[in-house]
Design a protein around this ligand. Structure first.
Ligand code: ADP
Ligand code: MG
Length: 398
């Protein structure tokens, strides 16, 4: 028997999940779906890549089923920090709504307002939006929230931080007070839960594993380097280890461009992805990467949240992220849905304090990898004394 049967979902939905290859629910799904179906508010925290999306998508479909939304009056709203994540969730809905009459609309910046307008006018059940574009539509009087039943805030801690909270407050003023609210993230700390309190009523806190913990499916390493050998170290890794797709994160957008050129000079081709690119370029870059046309994506934290690409085998932090939560999300682009992945972070002397903050947050000491830069062969890589001989990291096994 399919274990999704026990969660209160309809038979139709359960058989569709088998079609998608979902054999059994993940922990966050087992815990949150029944509560969401009962109408409870949820603060859900589970590691990256453990199926949080389905934890809200499936209940939304069940709850909204059998009714239609009136023109301009959506019954569910999902907010995400990036356009790409919103789009990914809309693609997920498309798959799951295959045999269903519910419809959805994607409201993201960098795309035409008029097309979105037309759709809204026809009546949409589910809105998936980034805050800026949603506010544009609200200001133009395009949306009425009187019928809103469910609000989802994905990557909730990011959405409630300083950058987004004014937008979220403004949006929330337009929503009915009586509604169901679901928050999800891999990193929900006490401070954020406190800020989140004003959006929820008697919420159920679901924590599958310690907040901000990293998945055991990700092998994590640091490499100590300096400004002079950082690029060579990267070249060495990229040309010597067997990877499927690799995401390289930089802290600053301008460094993404220079790293791209530096690698190009070394005959390593890559794609760049950050928030200052035109939306069409952002989409093109991500598609090229997803299709495997190029196996290296150099990205900013815009790619750090929620993006689910199956073949990412390696994440390299060319810079240590300043915000320790960003580390959890960046490396969480690999090792998803039970697959294995490797994360390597380059650490300069001046980054030591940021590294310590990361290790404090994830409650793990990250292993140090020593690399012999003179000899560009892997067997000459030496390991820190932390290693036992039976602990040779997977990515070095050819
Ligand atoms: P999260 O939001 O927790 O980071 P996602 O919702 O993006 O994770 O899911 C990660 C991957 O796991 C997706 O590719 C998704 O299709 C897959 N997945 C989710 N739930 C299941 C399940 N029950 N069985 C198998 N795969 C699943
Ligand atoms: Mg997610």
């Amino acid at each position: 028997m399919n274990k999704f049967n026990n969660l209160g979902l309809s038979n139709d939905l359960v058989s569709l999940l088998s079609e998608l290859g979902y054999k059994e629910p993940t922990k966050i799904q087992s815990l949150s779906i029944p509560l969401a179906l009962m109408g409870r508010d949820i603060l859900g925290c589970a590691q990256t890549g453990t199926g949080k999306t389905a934890s809200f998508v499936l209940p939304i479909i069940e709850i909204l089923n059998n009714q239609k939304s009136k023109a301009r009056m959506p019954r569910s709203l999902i907010l995400t920090p990036t356009r790409e994540l919103a789009e990914q969730i809309s693609i997920y809905f498309k798959k799951i709504l295959k045999y269903n009459k519910l419809n959805f609309c994607l409201l993201i910046g960098g795309t035409a307002l008029t097309d979105q307008d037309k759709l809204l006018n026809k009546g949409v059940d589910i809105l998936i939006a980034t805050p800026g574009r949603l506010i544009d539509h609200i200001n133009r009087g395009n949306i009425l929230f009187n019928d809103l039943k469910i609000l989802v805030i994905d990557e909730a801690d990011r959405m409630l931080d300083m950058g987004f909270i004014p937008d979220i407050d403004q949006i929330s003023e337009n929503l009915p007070k009586i509604r169901q609210t679901l928050f999800f993230s891999a990193t929900l700390n006490k401070e954020i839960l406190n800020i989140g309190k004003r959006f929820v009523i008697n919420p159920k806190l679901i924590e599958v594993s310690p907040p901000s913990s990293t998945s055991n499916t990700i092998d994590q390493y640091i490499i100590k380097c300096n400004n002079e050998n950082k690029l060579n170290t990267l070249e060495n890794i990229l040309s010597n280890i067997e990877t499927k797709n690799t995401v390289i994160f930089c802290n600053k957008k301008k460094d993404i461009g220079s790293l791209y050129s530096d690698l190009k000079r070394k005959n390593i081709s890559s794609i760049i992805f950050h928030g200052d690119l035109l939306q069409s370029k952002r989409q093109e870059a991500l598609n090229e990467f997803k299709n495997g046309n190029n196996k290296i994506l150099i990205a900013s934290d815009v790619a750090g949240r929620g993006i689910d690409i199956e073949n990412i085998s390696h994440v390299i932090n060319f810079d240590v992220p300043i915000n320790p939560e960003d580390y959890v999300h960046r490396i969480g682009r690999t090792g998803r849905a039970g697959k294995n992945g490797t994360a390597i972070t380059f650490v300069l002397k001046k980054d030591t304090k940021y590294l310590q903050e990361i290790e404090k947050l994830i409650k793990k000491k990250i292993k140090i990898l020593n690399i012999n830069l003179e000899e560009k062969i892997l067997k000459d890589y030496e390991f820190d004394t932390l290693y036992e001989s039976n602990q040779i990291p997977n990515f070095l096994k050819r």
